[in-house]
Design a protein. Structure first.
Length: 318
């Protein structure tokens, strides 16, 4: 069966390739603007998927791929992310995340795609406008904000996909993850991933000081849990809802990471220096994902660190 397309071969995409191969017997087609083979080879076998190198902005390539492989299910995660370009307004948010995603959606309509799963963000929720007094479920107001260009780009295409879904033209589903962490490589030129630096130092027994960094108390989720949720949405013919939060369901930050590392690696030399406190008080509510699809996160913070450590240690043995 080769009727599945994944756009994006990053952390979650790689885990979805593994799940599709191992649990569904599916060899997905995977489109990415540039494949990081050094990274992918640490997680999946090359014959588990069919690579197509190119941009989602290349409408002709997208159409040709959908047609050639008779694609009926699409998981769309390709996007310009704040971790690559920063949180300030950026043209890529709208060129790729809005225009590019809309192009993929309309190509899917023309080629008779049945299920379309779009990766969104908790940034579509209007926290500043409405305030938060408890865990945030999928019915919390979403929309545009003058504070969040990335969230705006995702909210825009969410509304497009929802309109087409309500009109019966496609089975659209949206996944809104928390802060994703897990096995990942840093790319040249990227801002240093603070949690990765903390993990790596503790696991490898090296000193590391994180200085002057905000706590970043956010709603975290392990990449494998996101992949499990996305794959379930993608391969399910009947899905009751349109949007689903995927989250561990607990707010965490660098101090929680430090506590977990101290427990797992006593005597580690990870130090937090002059790091301010602050962040979210309430997590996303993951009850709908559990109730309607039976998907329960398998990794809390400690389990996530252990799984990440197993992956990191496997790199050293190769």
């Amino acid at each position: 069966m080769q009727h599945v397309l994944l756009t994006g071969a990053g952390q979650v995409g790689a885990q979805m390739i593994k799940l599709l191969h191992q649990h569904y017997g599916v060899t997905p087609v995977v489109m990415d603007i540039q494949f990081n083979w050094e990274y992918l080879d640490t997680l999946v076998e090359r014959d588990w998927f069919i690579p197509v190198e190119g941009s989602i902005l290349d409408t002709e390539l997208v159409e040709e791929t959908l047609r050639k492989y008779q694609i009926r299910h699409i998981s769309h995660s390709a996007a310009v992310l704040p971790m690559r370009v920063g949180h300030d307004p950026h043209p890529g948010f709208f060129e790729v995340n809005v225009h590019g995603t809309a192009g993929v959606i309309f190509a899917a309509l023309r080629q008779g795609v049945e299920n379309f799963v779009m990766f969104s963000t908790n940034g579509v929720y209007q926290f500043r406008e409405h305030g938060v007094s408890g865990p945030v479920n999928e019915d919390y107001p979403t929309g545009l904000s003058v504070h969040n260009s990335y969230g705006n780009s995702k909210a825009t295409v969410e509304y497009l996909l929802k309109e087409l879904t309500l009109a019966g033209r496609i089975n659209g589903r949206v996944l809104r993850p928390g802060e994703i962490y897990g096995p990942v490589f840093s790319r040249p030129g990227d801002t240093e991933i603070y949690w990765k630096s903390m993990f790596d130092a503790a696991i490898q027994g090296r000193p590391f000081t994180l200085e002057g960094h905000p706590e970043h108390r956010l709603d975290w989720v392990y990449g494998k849990d996101v992949a499990q949720a996305a794959t379930t949405l993608l391969m399910s013919d009947e899905v009751p809802g349109f949007a689903y939060n995927v989250t561990y369901g607990q707010c965490m930050g660098i101090y929680d990471i430090k506590d977990a590392l101290d427990k797992l690696y006593p005597g580690n030399e990870v130090v937090l220096k002059d790091c301010s406190r602050g962040g979210w008080n309430y997590p996303l509510d993951n009850g709908r994902l559990k109730k309607e699809l039976g998907v329960v996160p398998a990794y809390d913070l400690e389990a996530g660190i252990k799984d990440y450590a197993a992956w990191l240690n496997s790199l050293e043995s190769k």
